[in-house]
Design a protein around this ligand. Structure first.
Ligand code: NAD
Length: 262
């Protein structure tokens, strides 16, 4: 299936987890790939080489910091210069901080909002003119079940993800006649480093053991009692890039084992 042959996909936060799975799925569908995120440059270069040889596409890495608007702008400009276009933009970079609101460090609030919400605005703002000029584009943002419902101790994350749902709808309406769709995907708990890293703080905030956090906090919300896989999220993202998905825009698609059905 080469539905993205000749197209270029920028996936922010793709050095691990959901972003890396999306990048690999898009490469398998023929897209040139721009990886981005934190990580040892040598490891990421290795991943680029693996994608290039496995899928016969080009893959480059940008270390742009999604907390910095000027670096996001430069990333989009560099990709347009290198490949001629940004056809698919996946705003996926994200961080989490778990803390009661009255103790929430202001600096962490600012970082979560910058990386999980404002970065999507800056990237969309930079990529849309080129997409409009070429008359095609796919904008996908990784939101979260937390774009629909809240959990205690995640004020910044929940605020950012609710913001993504609103940004997605607004951009979709603005681009509705331009053959550019804009959607967000809202996973429940996906087993990735982001989830693993929040376990210690949740243990502290809730005074629980590790296994209790996994079963009574994380999977407590997920009726299927199973983690979503990164490949399942990537398949949905790839579908949104297809012609069959051309009329899906402004949507917030849940992939959460029934979490938000409750
Ligand atoms: P992850 O930690 O594996 O990936 C996060 C990515 O973001 C990494 O590549 C990291 O390097 C990158 N990143 C972090 N800060 C950055 C910055 N300042 N600039 C550039 N890149 C940065 O976690 P993940 O679970 O794959 O998360 C990806 C997205 O999925 C996030 O937006 C997250 O909120 C969302 N999400 C995850 C889950 C889950 O259960 N894992 C559920 C719902 C939504």
């Amino acid at each position: 299936m080469s539905i993205l042959k000749g197209k270029t996909a920028v996936v922010t936060g793709s050095t691990s987890g959901i972003g890396l799975a999306c990048a690999r799925a898009f490469a398998a569908a023929g897209a040139n790939i721009v990886l981005n995120g934190m990580g040892a440059p040598t490891d990421v270069e290795k991943e680029c080489s693996a994608i290039e040889s496995e899928f016969a596409v080009r893959a480059i890495y940008s270390p742009a910091d999604m907390a910095k608007p000027s670096e996001i702008f430069d990333l989009i400009a560099r990709v347009e210069n290198t490949f001629g276009s940004v056809d698919v933009l996946v705003n996926n970079a994200g961080i989490q901080h778990v803390s009661p609101v009255e103790e929430f460090p202001v600096e962490r609030w600012d970082a979560v909002i910058a990386i999980n919400l404002s970065a999507a605005f800056h990237a969309i703002r930079a990529a849309v003119p080129g997409m409009k000029k070429r008359g095609w584009g796919r904008i996908i943002t990784t939101a979260s079940a937390h774009s629909r419902v809240a959990s205690p101790f995640k004020s910044a994350y929940v605020a950012a993800k609710h913001g993504i749902a609103g940004l997605t709808k607004t951009v979709a309406l603005e681009l509705a006649r331009s053959k550019i769709t804009c959607n967000c995907i809202s996973p429940g708990y996906v087993w990735t480093p982001l989830v693993e890293k929040q376990i210690p703080n949740t243990m502290k905030a809730r005074d629980m053991r590790r296994d209790q956090v996994i079963h009574d906090v994380l999977l407590a919300a997920q009726p299927t009692k199973e983690f979503v896989t990164v490949e399942q999220v990537a398949s949905l993202a790839l579908f949104l890039c297809s012609q069959d998905a051309a009329q899906i825009t402004g949507a917030n698609l849940s992939i959460d084992g029934g979490w938000t059905a409750a």
